[in-house]
Design a protein. Structure first.
Length: 272
């Protein structure tokens, strides 16, 4: 069994987080909030930052983030409770001022360039690849669950430099909240959790999900008795550290912190 959850920016809007259901139509996780508007705001922020939950062998579906609202607010009413305008009003002026600044453009453009031709052979993923106009995204390449119906254009840029990586992030942020609100309104009714059941013996299950850094891979192998023999996680940082190495030659020493944070990789993730 093989399960799948599997210059400037020019076009496209992406989303860094999503709501979804697993292959059986059940929510894959939850985030709690209450009636208090401040708590609902924090919940919305948590939705943007939360990593999708994973299902294991036998249920290696899309993985999902769902909303379970306590203190009397039904989860299907969350979309009408979160007001997106304050978020846009707080973020968009800052982003416009940032990207329109001549000093920002001078500092970020042409720094830390990743060659587009290296993305395929070295397997770069996520915003690192998309900033080189390589529209690699698990939600498009291996659509599953909600992504069979909710198609999200990948946010891309073409220069492959620090400015391009920053701009791709901004395009993804712009699209993320509307997408979350749209999906929150369509969250299916039903139980928040279901028994997983026994694992299948002698099976390999692979699950892919698009995390905020890029493709995350979970691979599980079971033995003849249905016990987990090996569980392997490949973090997107494992794929993208080589991109940082390619981006640095020819730059100033003072450019390293800027380049490093534009990739924003996980040191622990390199070892997974």
């Amino acid at each position: 069994m093989l399960g799948k959850t599997q210059r400037r920016a020019q076009h496209g809007f992406g989303a860094v987080r999503h709501l979804g259901v697993d292959r059986d139509g059940e929510p894959g996780g939850w985030i709690e909030a209450g009636k208090n508007p401040a708590r609902l705001d924090r919940m919305a922020a948590a939705l943007v930052e939360a990593e999708p939950r994973r299902d294991a062998v036998g249920r290696a579906g899309e993985g999902a983030v769902d909303i379970a609202v306590v203190d009397g607010v039904p989860r299907h009413e969350v979309a009408g409770t979160i007001e997106p305008r304050p978020w846009r009003a707080g973020i968009e002026p800052v982003a416009r001022a940032f990207f329109a600044s001549a000093s920002v453009q001078s500092r970020l453009e042409g720094v830390g360039v990743v060659p587009r031709e290296a993305c395929g052979p070295l397997g770069f993923v996520g915003p690192v690849a998309r900033a080189c106009e390589v529209a690699r995204d698990v939600r498009q390449d291996h659509p599953w669950g909600v992504y069979r119906f909710a198609h999200i254009p990948a946010a891309t840029a073409w220069a492959g430099d620090v400015f391009a990586r920053a701009h791709v992030r901004w395009l993804e942020v712009r699209r993320s909240l509307p997408f979350l609100l749209e999906q929150a309104a369509a969250v299916p009714r039903g139980a928040l959790a279901a028994p997983m059941g026994a694992l299948h013996p002698d099976e390999l299950s692979v699950a892919l999900v698009e995390g905020w850094r890029g493709e995350i891979v979970h691979a599980v192998v079971t033995d003849a008795r249905g016990r987990i023999r090996r569980y392997k996680v490949t973090d997107p940082s494992f794929r993208n550290w080589d991109a940082l190495a390619l981006a640095m030659p020819g730059n100033q020493i003072s450019d390293f912190p800027l380049c490093n944070k534009s990739f924003n990789l996980s040191y622990a993730g390199h070892d997974l």
